[in-house]
Design a protein around this ligand. Structure first.
Ligand SMILES: Nc1nc2c(ncn2[C@@H]2O[C@H](COP(=O)(O)OP(=O)(O)OP(=O)(O)O)[C@@H](O)[C@H]2O)c(=O)[nH]1
Ligand SMILES: [Zn+2]
Length: 360
């Protein structure tokens, strides 16, 4: 990679990535970062130019599932064989962190939401109907990703009365995670939030639809970026498609990724992530007499004892057990689901090949 390329890439957060991963590159490598994705088309930036890209046939051939396709935030190597602003991605550089969830309508496959993140803002609006449902799930996928979670309680201007109660409820649910109460209307809390956004670092916003992600992005970017500059129409091999840019560079050099609202947060997490969401329950569960204790009825169950003594909240234990059951179910895996996932992937590759060779 040449020197100029590197300086321009630093604007997109390359410095941090390079420090963490020390990728092995040669001078002729052309590096870019994925800024948007739509139906197997990608927008890339190398800090200077933007490219519309597809994965190369070679890369396509090496994929074994959705996770092997580029995602927003990925650092990739690409070539521009056809014209100046068209590109083929031939390698995805190893991901430093990977935020993923179970693909919709799949019990098996993981789908990458965004890659190479330093932190993730989990955005929840605290209007009158505040419900903390799914917060555990969002926390679990962020802990699993390796990025640092920050819970952002948005639209604080709409919640004047029950603030303390909501804050305490969220505090009880989030061990060791920073919570910021914020309003993009009044600017309250924005300074606290910015402390979690270092220049050169990459942060992704996730949360339910309508939580205020795009509004916050616009506020931080100081303009209407999320609504205007992001919708791009392009035309590749005679086809038209529209996509939404998701990766933005803010004024002070932070990189912020906006994602569409998530309705279902299917878990693809391991035990460690679960222990990070529920550290108190996990620590006590270590003292159960049986290693495979289900904490329902076993003698010598430390979790049940802690509930009796008032040390653990039964509601919290119930939430823990619910997620734990889901994690175990996935780990055990259903061979039929695995077969279906494989078949679906083979179909996907076949379709992509037909598309790139112009067949219908
Ligand atoms: N009062 C108030 N309203 C807000 C605030 N932030 C966002 N809103 C409103 O909430 C609605 C949803 O905000 P968006 O920013 O579009 O939410 P989003 O999370 O990007 O939604 P999706 O793109 O569907 O995921 C809009 O009508 C905003 O005007 C806030 O801080 N205060
Ligand atoms: Zn137990």
């Amino acid at each position: 990679m040449n020197r100029q390329n590197m300086e321009e890439l630093n604007r997109l957060g390359w410095g941090r990535y390079q420090l963490a991963m020390q990728p092995n590159l040669v001078k002729s490598d052309h590096v870019g970062r994925v800024t948007a994705e739509s139906k197997r088309y990608y927008f890339l930036s190398d800090g200077k130019n933007e490219y519309l890209a597809e994965v190369s046939g070679k890369l396509l051939h090496r994929t074994t599932g959705l996770e092997d396709f580029p995602a927003v935030g990925d650092w990739v190597l690409f070539q521009t064989p056809e014209s100046k602003d068209r590109a083929a991605i031939h390698r995805i550089l190893p991901r430093h962190t990977t935020l993923k969830r179970r693909a919709v309508r799949s019990t098996e496959e993981a789908q990458v939401i965004a890659a190479n993140l330093d932190s993730v803002f989990i955005i929840y609006s605290v209007d009158e109907n505040f419900k903390s449902g799914k917060l555990d799930r969002f926390l679990a996928i962020v802990h699993e990703s390796g990025a640092i979670p920050v819970v952002v309680l948005s639209k604080a201007d709409l919640m004047l009365e029950n603030r303390e109660a909501v804050y305490r409820e969220v505090l009880a649910m989030t061990s060791g995670v920073s919570i910021v109460m914020l309003s993009a209307k009044t600017g309250e809390g924005v300074d606290s939030l910015l402390r979690h956004l270092e220049p050169g670092s990459t942060c992704c916003m996730i949360g339910p639809s309508g939580a205020g992600k795009s509004t916050l992005l616009n506020f931080l970017a100081g303009s209407e970026v999320a609504k205007t500059a992001d919708v791009r129409e392009f035309d590749m091999k005679g086809r038209h498609t529209t996509t939404k840019r998701e990766l933005f560079v803010l004024k002070n050099g932070q990189i912020l990724i906006d994602t569409p609202g998530i309705r279902e947060v299917g878990l693809v997490v391991g035990d460690n992530a679960l222990s990070s969401v529920f550290p108190d329950v996990a620590a006590i569960a270590k003292h159960c007499r049986f290693r495979n204790c289900t904490h329902h009825h076993e003698p010598g169950c430390a979790v049940l004892a802690a509930i009796s003594s008032g040390e653990l909240d039964p509601g919290k234990v119930a939430r823990y057990l619910k997620l734990k059951a889901e994690v175990m179910e996935r780990e055990d895996g259903n061979p039929k689901d695995k077969r279906i996932a494989k078949k679906r992937h083979a179909k996907r590759i076949h379709k992509a090949f037909r598309k790139s060779s112009g067949k219908k």
